[in-house]
Design a protein around this ligand. Sequence first.
Ligand code: IPD
Ligand code: CA
Ligand code: CA
Length: 269
Amino acid sequence: MNWKEIDENAKRWTRDAGEKIRASFSEELLIQTKSSPNDLVTNIDRETEQFFIEKIRQAYPNHQILGEEGFGDELEKLDGTVWIIDPIDGTMNFVHQQRNFAISVAVYQDGVGKVGLIYDVVHDELYHAMPGEGAYLNDTKLPQLPQVSVEQAIIGLNATWITENKRIDPSILAPLVKKVRGTRSYGCAAMEMAYVATGRIDAYISLRLSPWDYAAGLIIVEELGGKVTTLTGEPLTLLGQDSVFVSKPGLHDQIRKNYLVDYKEEPKN
Ligand code: IPD
Ligand code: CA
Ligand code: CA
């Protein structure tokens, strides 16, 4: 398998898709809701996913595709070469703010990450990594993630998880929120993982993400020595929804040991 070529194609298609999205800003959006009134999708999400699928099918007819908008394949296993794509991560931001959204593209071989790309379309910032080859922001190599204490950390966390919700007792994360230097909530999981990679934030916690939200970020953050697991410290499945805890290495252990011991994963159905 020529991973260098796959990486180069993935980058080119991602930048091209970004250009199309930027061009769409002057056009009227078709906005629809999915599972709830807050779960948005637009014609641009769909067109972007279809753009990738067309390119991948043409170049790599044997590869499988897992895409959020469902134009790819229905996968039960991660055997073979699998592209995992979120055409627009942060659709609510895309619709309301026209910023703070990203394209997330990852390629896995038999469940092992090979290429990870997160593209901040508005800032033209492409975060990318191939395991063993370093992680980059555009052409700049990112340094390995340093240690940081809980008191010095800024954590990406949605306010949902410290108010009444159906996934976690809010009293579990409240002491962590009190202890850290600050919290941030960007509304774009892929970008929040890219921000952990660059040190703009030190950790990111979400109680429910899908594979396309974190597949690329996982490759980039792990390449820099960061840790990406569920909140109970288990590896992410890449097939169903999971809680996700992304962090600088020592901080991950500190937070798990001191703040997450009471958290139990809900049974999967
Ligand atoms: C969402 C964003 C958001 C996260 C949600 C995701 P979407 O993705 O990543 O930050 O909190 O769980 O579903 O729907 O905008 O692609
Ligand atoms: Ca998403
Ligand atoms: Ca999406």
